[in-house]
Design a binder for this molecule. Sequence first.
Ligand SMILES: Cc1ncc(COP(=O)(O)O)c(C=O)c1O
Length: 437
Amino acid sequence: MELNLESFWLPFTPNKLFKTLPKAKIIDRADGMYYYTIHGDKILDAHGGLWCCNAGHNRKEIVEAIQQQASKLDFVPSYQMSHPGTFLLAEKLVSMLSNDLQYVFFTNSGSEAVETSLKIALAYWRLQGQKNKKIIIGRDRAFHGTGFGGMSVGNLTTTKQQFNNFLPEVLHLSHTHNLEKNSFSKGQPVHGIELADELLKFINVHGAENIAAVILEPISGTGGVLIPPVGYLEKIRKICTENDILLIFDEVITGFGRLGKPFAVNYFGVEPDMMCLAKGLTSGTVPMGATMINKNIYNSFMDLEGIELWHGYTYSGHPLACAAALATLDVYQKENLLNTDQELIRYWEEGLHSLKGEKHIIDIRNIGLLGAIELECKENNPVSRAIETFQKMFYKQNCYVRITGGNILTMSPPLIINKFEIDKIISSFRLVLKNID
Ligand SMILES: Cc1ncc(COP(=O)(O)O)c(C=O)c1O
């Protein structure tokens, strides 16, 4: 297939380089664990697209549900009207969580789910008559999408450095990544719970009466799969509760089975006041996000007359997205994908950690079906080894992994992965790393 690559400005991509690569990464079709390029190469997808295709690619049940919905109802807004899919999906999500998060606001992306949660947090405190509660606390190396709110509370330098005019009242906790103490941890690292006390310091300096919310990815995905130390999230929850500060979990990556449990909320046993979802919600098939909101917050808005929240998106609860999500959740349920076989998770863990000792590796970390390999940086170029590894994995090993958060290769495979495919990822890394300078 002859394609003119010029006019499309690819997101988060070195465009000039991409367009000169000998065999550009252009995917024609997908099936299960694999992508097929326009050149006919079969590529093992070790990243679930972009941390999202949890059910695997082109699942018949999901494809058919989208097709049927498109032929029945293409679009209806959810502004003062809606369609059955929104209500069915909201009910289903609430039943999956079975905690206080009983209300759902639909968006089209993770970024919008985050913006929605931040706006609701600020509006909530105004409703309570606490207009000074405006500070939002995020964390270093967090990624919360590309809206100005999400960029502000996140703190990944590369995603911020070209811009300015962020939200004015934002603070950042330290990230919890500690190679000296925690490298090669399996699952949660042991050291670092004390970092949660930084929140107390912020409260001492700025006053709880001025702090609206803390937003955290339970595990920083794009920051490089940074797993919270034992007890950290629990402590943050406790401090928030004691100081009347809302806690928002951004589960855009950790949601829908990534950790071997339906959500990080279930894995860590910590309940936030709001939660952001996207990606795995439709297994990547149709763009969709959602903000889950607890009863207390929702009910306080319901005391208002007329439109209770002046916020929404044209495509909030789009019929195709709802159909895709409902079918996806059915697939997850029928195949028990959200409670991944613990033996498979152990196999994944052992496979990854068997790479310890290979050239350049300074850390390997894993949790559920997430994994990361961190490489030692070259002095003159902090990410060159990761870039070379990523390219060789794709072009020489037909295996798609990603670079995130520095000299780090990450993996987030579809939850239908089997042992043979895990072996392929590990053996590909072993071969590629031997040939990296
Ligand atoms: C934790 C987290 N939040 C938000 C987002 C933004 O999601 P989207 O790209 O769908 O806007 C991402 C994207 O990777 C993410 O990882």
